[in-house]
Design a protein around this ligand. Sequence first.
Ligand SMILES: [Zn+2]
Length: 172
Amino acid sequence: MRHRRHRWGAVLGTAALTVCAAAAPAHADSSVRDGEIRWSDATQFDDAREWAADVWYDSESGLDRVRIGAAPALVDPDLEWRDESRPDVAWVGLWRGGPGPDSVIMNTALLGDGKPFGTRGWRRMTAAHELGHALGIGHLGAGSLMAARMRVDIGGGRPTRTDRAAYHRLWG
Ligand SMILES: [Zn+2]
């Protein structure tokens, strides 16, 4: 199945807790092709996009099996970063499989300036969580970056030991 969807719901008014309400199967799919994720950029959240790539493609953390970088000219991207304004939904970010390039969608209705999750921390965590799905990682336990429920102050938007273990199970 190429069409794996998941959602992040926002529980507002609590201690900045967000919920990813996906029933996402663990690593059912990924955006990795030939050991790489080559992305194209149509998101306004460049800081978050760069953050996500930096934390998941980081030789100091041992996360160097899957190269993550911009698609060269004339090369079809594996993953497209883009934005949608979706005030009708509860998710802040979404990874979605193709056909065509897979997508990470950032929900500007929640992540935009002045919106409930319109901070650098939430944008980074959202982007890093979604890029984890692009790497084929499903939801993990509480306290991990890939947790279905997490707080922005846990892990600082970086893969935890649990997240890294899941990466290594997939990619060695
Ligand atoms: Zn998720």
